[in-house]
Structure formats: C-alpha cells, structure tokens
Design a protein around this ligand. Structure first.
Ligand code: NAP
Length: 312
C-alpha cells in the first residue's frame, strides 16, 4: 500500500516541478477567477504550487465560505464577492461557473475595458460566440475542457482559441492548465464536444472499469483493499506505458502481454466477444451527442437571458 502511495506522490512532485511557472509569462500577470468552485480551486492550487504568487490571484464567488477557505489556505490571495471588481483587476480572467450561471456571473462585463485582457472559460458547452457577447465582440477567448484529475495534477485539458487570441494568450492558457496536468489544442470549436466525451467525462469510464475489475476480484476471493490497490496501480501503469511509448501502437502493447492460449488472451477474447470495443464506441457517440444537445440548450438559455437583460 505505502509503496503505491509513494509512487503516485513522486509522480505528482515531478509533474509540479516540470510545470514550474516562475519563468512563464504568467509571472507578470494578474489572474482572476469568476467562481471559486471545484475547478477554480484545483487550478488555483496548481498555480500556487507551480510557483505563482497568491497575491497575483483574484477570486470572486457569491457565498463567502469557499472564498474564506481559499483565503485561509493562501493568505495573500485576493477574494471578493464582486465579479466586476475581479474582472477589472485581471489580465487573464478564468470563468469557472456552471453554464446556467454564466449570464448572471458576467452581468455588466460588456462595459469593462477588455483591451489586453484574455478570457479563459471552463464552462462546458458555452461557445466563444456567447462569451464574446458577454464581454466584447473582439476579445481573446480560450475555451477549455479540463477534468477532475486536475485536482491532483493529473488533468487532461482540451483547449480551443478564437481568432482574436494571440500566441501569447495561448501560451498563458497552456501555462495555466499545465499546472494541473497536460493540455492540448484543437483547431475546430466543435471538437470541444468530443473532448468533453473523451477526457471531461473520461474519468467516469475508467472508474466504471475499475469498479467492475475490483468487484470481480473480490468475488474471486481477493481482499477489497488489495483488489483496489492492484487494479488502480495496473491502470496507472498501463496508462503510463502507453503514454511513454508513443512509438508503439497501443494494440501492440496489448499484444505484448497477450500470449496465445494464456490467461490474458482468455480475458481479451471474452471482452471482444461481448463487444467491449463497440460498446465503448457507442458510449462515446452518446456522450458527444449529449454534449452537442447540452451546448445548444446552454446557447439558447444564454441568448434568452441576454435578451431579457437588454430589454429590462
Ligand atoms: N468539475 C469538472 O470535472 C469539470 C470539468 C470540466 C469543466 N467543468 C466546468 O467548470 C465549471 C465549474 O464547474 P465546477 O465543478 O467547479 O462547479 P462548482 O464547484 O459548482 O463551482 C461553480 C462556482 O461558481 C460559483 N457561482 C455561482 N454563481 C456565481 C456568480 N453569479 N458569480 C460568481 N460565481 C458564481 C458557485 O458559488 P456558490 O457555490 O457559492 O453558489 C461555485 O462556487 C462548469 O462550467 C463546468 O462545466 C467542470
């Protein structure tokens, strides 16, 4: 048990050192967060552990509890319940509220000076077009889709930049998300729905697999703690092998551990016979489709809210 725990912690420490921001453009900037929930907290923790001074960070949230918890953890962090004040202080503004709260959270933002500011949104399904309506038509916007492993520095974040985002804005967004894992760009905004299905929702797919393996191991007599330790370390090891050997096809890595007529082959044959690959493909398609539907709902809700704000 202890050995596994140490292995994970060592990797997390390496990750933080690799994403040191002391020499990045972030050092000269202030970064604001609208919303102090799970995702904002993960990113703030990642930024501070990567070397950003907490006094460069501004955070707003309606209820004080989360702000107080953050202020207790990082003494020099700037907290407020005033979103506009935080937006004014920030060179880089991270919008980290639920999609249905975004219109309310960004109320009055159109009157702010957006010159030289860049907006990073983590809100699932909220398009650059909507974010431009909430801020300014020509503002640099970066949409992101992180995932929950970001809380321990193992996040996988997909990024998309609108045409107004400059190279420096993109570098800033990468620096932010590399503090909580790794990031990757896509060139088409519509691919954000695929990223949501693969990495945003992805941890749940792997958890379901782990749950099933652990339950089966327990049914075959293994102690639950041992089953969990073995299953999780195996998942971590398999992912690391695949990640560190990009020159080897993943199918080849599978063949490397599958001797004909052996124990692995017996399991893989059942998985293929029971159509696991097709089931996963169907699940991803369902997730992409749902993401597209939710994005449409978020867009029309937002437009309705914007219209009612303009007419009142
Ligand atoms: N969690 C994930 O795995 C994940 C992954 C990818 C993307 N995202 C996206 O990240 C965003 C945030 O998710 P989350 O999991 O961090 O949610 P969360 O924990 O619920 O955080 C949202 C925060 O927004 C605050 N808020 C609500 N109304 C606000 C307003 N008018 N002004 C300022 N702040 C306001 C909430 O404050 P109160 O609680 O005090 O009301 C809450 O602290 C969502 O858009 C989600 O789509 C999340």
């Amino acid at each position: 048990m202890i050995k596994t725990h140490q292995a994970v912690n060592t990797q997390a420490a390496d990750h933080q050192a690799a994403n040191d921001v002391t020499d990045s453009p972030l050092q000269d900037l202030t970064i604001g967060f609208i919303g102090a929930g799970n995702m904002a907290t993960s990113i703030i923790c990642g930024l501070v552990s990567s070397g950003l001074s907490a006094d460069k960070i501004f955070v707003s949230n309606p209820s004080p509890d989360k702000l107080n918890a953050l202020a207790k953890r990082f003494e020099t962090l700037n907290t407020s319940r005033d979103n506009q004040w935080v937006a004014k202080q920030a060179d880089v503004l991270v919008i980290a509220v639920k999609p249905q709260k975004i219109a309310q959270a960004c109320a009055g933002f159109t009157t702010l000076d957006w010159d030289n500011k860049c907006v990073i949104s983590v809100a699932a399904g909220v398009t650059c077009n909507s974010l431009q309506q909430l801020t300014r038509p020509q503002v640099a916007i970066i949409r992101s889709m992180p995932n929950t492993p970001a809380t321990i520095g193992y996040g996988a974040t997909g990024l998309f930049a609108n045409t107004y985002a400059r190279q420096i804005d993109k570098g800033i967004a990468e620096a932010v998300f590399n503090c909580v894992g790794s990031s990757i760009w896509v060139e088409k905004e519509s691919l954000m729905d695929v990223i949501t299905a693969i990495s945003g929702s992805g941890p749940a797919h792997y958890f379901l697999y782990l749950e099933s393996v652990i339950e089966a191991a327990i049914r075959h007599g293994l102690d639950p703690d041992i089953a969990r330790q073995l299953a999780t370390q195996t998942a971590l090891g398999a992912a690391a092998l695949a990640q560190q050997n990009t020159n080897i096809e993943i199918q080849q890595l599978r063949h490397n551990v599958t001797s004909p007529g052996g124990t692995t082959a017996a399991a893989v044959e059942v998985l293929i016979e029971k159509a696991l690959p097709q089931t996963i493909a169907d699940a991803i398609t369902a997730s992409v489709n749902r993401g597209q539907q939710l994005a449409k709902i978020a867009e029309s809700d937002l437009n309705a809210q914007l219209k009612s704000t303009k007419s009142s």
